[in-house]
Design a protein around this ligand. Structure first.
Ligand code: DGT
Ligand code: CA
Ligand code: CA
Ligand code: ZN
Length: 594
C-alpha cells in the first residue's frame, strides 16, 4: 500500500469519526497524521517503519504509528473496517451531496433522524431543514439542487473511470481463442469527457463462448440482455456495457457504426446515399435493387471490402477521420477537402505545468513529483502550488513560496533528475481581479497560473471583468481552469468566454486545458476556433499526486476532439523553447511592473 493510499485511509477515518460525533481532538489527530504521512518521502517511510521510529515524526503519535504499521505490512486495518461497519451506509452516502460535511450530517441525523439521501430530500421538501440552526432556506435549497444534479448526472460516468473499466475487458476479449479482433467503441473511443455506457465490438469465429465469458465478468450486478451474438450487463459501479459479436469481414462496419457519434453516422449515411450507396453496421452496399441493406451485406459479392476504417472512408471519397473528431461538427467536409488537422498525440508532450506538492494540498513531495515526471521521460515539470488566499488548500505564504523556489533551484542544480523543474504558483484571482501576491514576489517565479477559487457566485459581468483583469496582469502566464466546472457535479461559474479568450490572445496569455478528468476545462468545444485565432493551449494535469500526472491522457483526448495540433500546445514544445518563452515573459513582466 502506498503512503498516499494510507493517508487517504487516515483522512477517511477522521471523516467517519466526525460523522459519529467523536472527540474533535481525535478527529484532528488523524487528519494531521495523514498530512504528516504525505510529507514523508516514500523511502524514508520504509526506513522509519522498519526501524520502529515512525512515532518520532511530528504529527504521528504512538497509536497512529501502530495503525500505519499495520496498514503497511498487511494492507488492511481492523480498526478502520470495524469503524466503517459501525456506521449506516446512508450517512456515508450523504457526504456526496455538495455542501454536506460530517458536522451537518450529524446535525441532520440527531435532530431530524435523516439517515439517507431519500430522507434528506423529504426533510428539505417539507421545509424542516431550513429550521435547523446553521442551515436556513438557502442551504436547504442548495441541498435539493445538489440531490437533483446527482440524480440527473448519475447516469453518466467520467471517461477516465469508464476507460479503466473497459481496458481489462478489451484485453480479456482479445485473449479468447475464438476472438480475432476486439475494440471498445462508442463515446469511450471518441474520447468524450463523459460516457453513458461501454460498447464492445468483437469479431469471432464462435460466438457462444464469448457471450458466456462476457456475462460472467467480475463485478457484474445484473445481466440485462443475453442473445446469440450480443449481451448487455450492468456493473456494481452503475456502468452498463453492450457487447456485439460479428463475423470478421463485418467488423470494420460494425466498429464504425457503434463508434458513432449518431450525428456523424447520419451525415455519413447521407453522403453514401448521394453516391448511390447504403451504409450500415452490416456493410457498404449499392442502394439500388431489391433487398434490405442487411440482406445485401450478407452477400459477399455485393459488399464493399474494408480491412480497416481507412478503407471505409476511402470508399466514400474521404480521408480517415480519427474517432475523436466524429461528432458531426464538420469533420466530414474537412475530410473531403483534405483539411483535417494532424492531431496532437500523447507522445508529443514534453512535460507539463500546473502540478501541486505537499507544500500546499498535494500528496507527494517536490522530489517525488519530479522523480515521477522523470520516469515518464518528461523534459520539464512545472510546479504550481496554491497561493496564500487558498487557505483551505494550505496555500503558500510569501515566505513558504520563496522557500519552495529556492528548493526548486537547488534541485535543478543538483542534477538529481533529468527533468528540469519550473517554479510557478497557482495564484488566486482575488474577487476584484487582483493577483494574490505583490509583483516583486511574482517576478521571482518562472510562470504563474492564475485561477479563480472563490466568489463563484459573482454575476457574469463581474466575473468576466475579474478574469480579464487577471489576464491583463503582466505576470500572468496562464489562465487555470477557465470555468471552474466539475463534470457531473457542478456547473462552471458564469463568464463570457469570448471576452476571456480575446483578452488571452491580446495579452499573449496561455489558457490551460485542465486535464483532470473531472474538469477538462476549458471545454474542447471552444478550442478549435480559439486556437485558430492564435490562442495557445497548455495541457495541464493539475496533479495532486504522482499518479495524477498521467491525467494528461484525458487532456489529449479533449485536445484531439478540438482538432488541436502539437504546434498549438505549449507543453509539446522542447525544453529550450519553453524556457526561452517563459524567460521572455518574466523579463517583460519585470519591465512593465517597474
Ligand atoms: P453514450 O453511451 O451515451 O456516451 O454515447 P454513445 O455514442 O456511445 O452512444 P450509444 O452507446 O447509445 O451507441 C453507440 C453508437 O451506436 C452511437 O455513437 C452511434 C450508434 N448508434 C446508436 N443508436 C443509433 C441510431 O439510432 N442511429 C445511428 N445512426 N447510430 C446509432
Ligand atoms: Ca456508449
Ligand atoms: Ca450502448
Ligand atoms: Zn485550481
Amino acid at each position: 500500500m502506498t503512503k498516499n493510499e494510507m493517508a487517504d485511509i487516515l483522512n477517511e477515518i477522521g471523516t467517519l469519526l466526525e460523522l459519529k460525533g467523536e472527540n474533535p481532538f481525535k478527529v484532528r489527530a488523524y487528519q494531521a497524521g495523514a498530512r504528516a504521512l504525505e510529507a514523508i518521502e516514500e523511502a524514508d517511510l520504509n526506513r522509519l517503519i522498519a526501524s520502529d521510529e515512525l512515532q518520532t515524526v511530528k504529527g504521528i503519535g504512538e497509536a497512529l504509528a501502530q495503525k500505519i504499521g499495520e496498514l503497511h505490512t498487511t494492507g488492511r486495518l481492523e480498526f478502520f473496517e470495524k469503524l466503517k461497519a459501525s456506521i449506516e451506509p446512508g450517512l456515508v452516502e450523504l457526504l456526496q451531496i455538495p455542501g454536506l460535511g460530517p458536522k451537518k450530517i450529524r446535525a441532520l441525523h440527531d435532530q431530524l433522524g435523516v439517515t439517507s439521501i431519500a430522507l434528506l430530500t423529504t426533510a428539505c421538501q417539507e421545509g424542516r431543514v431550513a429550521d435547523l440552526a446553521g442551515f436556513g432556506e438557502k442551504t436547504q435549497e442548495k441541498l435539493l439542487t445538489g440531490i437533483k444534479n446527482r440524480e440527473a448526472y448519475g447516469r453518466r460516468h467520467l471517461w477516465w473511470e469508464a476507460a479503466e473499466s473497459a481496458g481489462p475487458i478489451v484485453q480479456g476479449l482479445r485473449a479468447l481463442p475464438q476472438v480475432t479482433r476486439a475494440e471498445a467503441a462508442g463515446s469511450l473511443r471518441r474520447g468524450l469527457e463523459t460516457v453513458g455506457d461501454l460498447d464492445f465490438i468483437v469479431a469471432a469465429t464462435d460466438v457462444a463462448p464469448v457471450v458466456e465469458w462476457f456475462v460472467a465478468l467480475p463485478g457484474i450486478k445484473e445481466v440485462t440482455a443475453k442473445g446469440e451474438t450480443k449481451a448487455s450487463v450492468r456493473f456494481e459501479s452503475g456502468l452498463q456495457a453492450d457487447l456485439r459479436i460479428v463475423p470478421d469481414d463485418q467488423f470494420v462496419f460494425a466498429l464504425h457504426h457503434f463508434t458513432g457519434s449518431k450525428d456523424h453516422n447520419v451525415q455519413l449515411r447521407q453522403r453514401a446515399l448521394a453516391r448511390g450507396l447504403s451504409l450500415s453496421e452490416w456493410g457498404l452496399v449499392s442502394a439500388a435493387g431489391e433487398g434490405t441493406a442487411k440482406q445485401k451485406a450478407e452477400d459477399k459479392s455485393q459488399r464493399t471490402k474494408a480491412a480497416s476504417e481507412k478503407d471505409l472512408f476511402a470508399a466514400l471519397g474521404l480521408h480517415f477521420i480519427p474517432p475523436e473528431m466524429r461528432e458531426g461538427l464538420g469533420e466530414i467536409e474537412a475530410a473531403e477537402r483534405g483539411a483535417l488537422p494532424r492531431l496532437i498525440e500523447a507522445t508529443d508532450l514534453r512535460g507539463a505545468f500546473h502540478n501541486h506538492t505537499t507544500a500546499s494540498d498535494g500528496g507527494n513531495t517536490l522530489a517525488e513529483m519530479t522523480a515521477a515526471a522523470d520516469a515518464l521521460g518528461w523534459e520539464y515539470l512545472g510546479i504550481a502550488d496554491h497561493s496564500k488566499s487558498s487557505f483551505q488548500a494550505n496555500g503558500l505564504s510569501e515566505e513558504r513560496l520563496l522557500k519552495q523556489v529556492a528548493d526548486i533551484r537547488a534541485l535543478n542544480a543538483s542534477k538529481r533528475f533529468k527533468t528540469q523543474v519550473f517554479a510557478g504558483v497557482e495564484c488566486d484571482i482575488l474577487a476584484d481581479g487582483r493577483l494574490d501576491y505583490a509583483n516583486e514576489i511574482l517576478t521571482q517565479l518562472d510562470y504563474i497560473v492564475a485561477s479563480v477559487h472563490n466568489a463563484f457566485a459573482q454575476d457574469e459581468v463581474t466575473m468576466t471583468a475579474r478574469i480579464v483583469r487577471a489576464i491583463e496582469h503582466p505576470a500572468t502566464t496562464m489562465l487555470g481552469h477557465a470555468t471552474g466546472r466539475l463534470l457531473l457535479r457542478r456547473e462552471g461559474y458564469k463568464v463570457d468566454l469570448g471576452r476571456v479568450i480575446d483578452a488571452a490572445i491580446a495579452n499573449d496569455v496561455i489558457i490551460e486545458l485542465n486535464a483532470n478528468p473531472w474538469r477538462l476545462d476549458l471545454d474542447w468545444r471552444h478550442w478549435h476556433k480559439a486556437a485558430e485565432r492564435g490562442l495557445m493551449c497548455s495541457i495541464n494535469p493539475d496533479a495532486h499526486e504522482t499518479a495524477g500526472l498521467s491525467h494528461v491522457r484525458a487532456g489529449i483526448n479533449a485536445a484531439r476532439k478540438a482538432g488541436l495540433t502539437k504546434e498549438q500546445v505549449f507543453n509539446a514544445r522542447p525544453l529550450v523553447k519553453v524556457r526561452e518563452w517563459l524567460e521572455g515573459r518574466v523579463r517583460r513582466a519585470a519591465q512593465t511592473v517597474q
